[in-house]
Design a protein around this ligand. Structure first.
Ligand SMILES: C[S@@+](CC[C@H](N)C(=O)[O-])C[C@H]1O[C@@H](n2cnc3c(N)ncnc32)[C@H](O)[C@@H]1O
Ligand SMILES: [Zn+2]
Length: 266
């Protein structure tokens, strides 16, 4: 995929150990193989995005296969629509879903995340893809370069997503539904509040072709209980009594519930 300079917007070309633009802005390729294209101005904190602990917990949980049905639905749906071109995964995390998708479809993959820890972890394991650190608000790739754009349990930014998607490309969005991980939530919160969640959003510049519910039960035990908790945003919201109840939880029966929305560009 054609990367562009996050400073001046010119095309980046690969040198031996870096990417550089004609205006001599240069970005080193890290030892693990990823490139940091996040400028200081685009960083709103010292270490934006998911922390190392979250990334490692997500890797351990996903690698154990608990969410394999989600990966499979992504693959089946991409095959059904006959996706072609290059895959671009926004908020790719440690790369579990998009690496499987790319392998199953035999398509090139580029993944980006604002968390350096996430792309470092993705690059260390999935060597066939291109991984970089960047913000979804300024995606450093050329216009219309993605045949399939994905944002899985991550954010959607309509204008940038529209710009980078090829005219005949598709956008796959996975959103957690309201009943996602109710078992975990009922342990960690004293009370559960009903919060309306729009899992079939309208996105300016896109037409929604299909919304596929994905819902399945699973069971975790031992340290996977903590891994599941640590990979969710609940890690920032838990109180003392919730943390105590969680620490005592040895096994957990829960339900994963999310929606895969398929959009095309209009
Ligand atoms: C819930 S995780 C999902 C990760 C991965 N897609 C998965 O499903 O395993 C959300 C990810 O979005 C990333 N993220 C948050 N804000 C971002 C931004 N502005 N640009 C790019 N990535 C961002 C986080 O660092 C995190 O890795
Ligand atoms: Zn430049």
């Amino acid at each position: 995929m054609q990367l562009v300079c996050p400073v001046c917007g010119e095309n980046l070309t690969r040198q031996e150990r870096s990417f550089a633009c004609p205006n001599k802005h240069s970005f080193d390729i890290a030892r693990q193989g990823y490139v940091n294209l996040l400028t200081v101005q685009q960083k709103h904190s010292l270490a934006p995005g998911d922390t190392r602990e979250q990334v490692l917990s997500r890797r351990a949980f996903l690698e154990a296969g608990f969410y394999a049905p989600i990966a499979q639905m992504l693959i089946d749906t991409a095959k059904k629509y006959g996706v072609t071109g290059e895959i671009l995964d926004i908020g790719c995390g440690e790369g579990y879903y998009s690496s499987r998708l790319a392998e199953a479809l035999g398509l090139p993959l580029t993944g980006l995340d604002i968390s350096k820890e996430a792309v470092r972890c993705a690059a260390a394991k999935y060597k066939d893809a291109q991984w970089f650190c960047a913000t979804a608000a300024h995606i450093p790739v050329a216009d219309a370069s993605a045949g399939l754009l994905t944002s899985l349990f991550a954010l959607t930014l309509p204008e940038e997503f529209h710009r980078v998607l090829a005219p005949d490309g598709l956008y796959f969005q996975v959103l957690a539904a309201e009943d996602h991980l109710l078992g975990l939530k009922s342990i960690i919160y004293d009370e559960l509040h009903h919060k309306e969640k729009d899992t079939v959003p309208e996105i300016p510049g896109f037409e929604r072709l299909e919304s596929i519910p994905i819902r399945f039960a699973f069971q975790v035990e031992g340290e996977q209980v903590q891994n599941l908790f640590s990979m969710t945003p609940h890690v920032f919201r838990i109180g003392k009594s919730g943390a105590e109840r969680l620490a005592k939880t040895k096994t957990l029966s829960d339900t994963a519930s999310c929606v895969l929305n398929v959009f095309r560009r209009v």
